[in-house]
Design a protein. Structure first.
Length: 163
């Protein structure tokens, strides 16, 4: 029966199971699937918004394995083993001009980041992540809170509070 409960958890639905007398009714509410679906829908909206602004987008990080996350932490690309990428709740993007030139500077992501945040309080943009150590690892220079965006401006995530 454990396999059945694992299957139900993946559906993202609330299930009430009526058990025989003497057992307690058990409500299983799984919301991760709903959060993932909402994240996917919002990423689609973000891609359409980028197109309206004249950008092309490539998704370069959506799903991450535990081994990949360990590698990212070991090399300083991430500072946590609790990454939302492990749960399909975060996406990293690369911006391109219509001519195919990759844009890596964080400021270029600002219109998309602000749009992402407007989609709901659960939408978190990495341009707001102010971690001076991570910023230095990624950019090679010190973080200036007066002029710099957060260290992960190409990162768009949906918090667990979405459901």
């Amino acid at each position: 029966m454990k396999w059945l409960w694992n299957l139900i958890r993946g559906w993202g639905v609330s299930v009430t199971v009526d058990l025989p007398s003497g057992y307690v009714n058990t409500e299983v509410r799984m919301s991760l699937s709903r959060i993932q679906c909402r994240h996917t829908l919002n990423i689609a909206r973000l891609i359409l918004r980028a197109d309206e602004l004249g950008w092309a987008i490539k998704v370069c990080g959506w799903n991450r394995t535990l081994a990949e996350q360990k590698e990212n932490v070991a090399t300083g690309k991430s500072n946590t083993m609790n990454s939302p990428h492990l749960e399909l709740r975060a996406t990293d993007l690369v911006l391109f001009t219509r001519e195919g030139v990759a844009i890596c500077e964080g400021e270029a992501f600002r219109p998309l980041g602000e749009y992402w945040e407007s989609l709901g309080k659960e939408c978190r943009w990495g341009g707001r992540f102010h971690d001076p150590v991570a910023f230095k690892v990624k950019t090679g220079r010190d973080f200036d809170p007066e002029k710099d965006l957060g260290w992960d401006s190409d990162h768009f995530e949906t918090s667990k509070e979405a459901a």
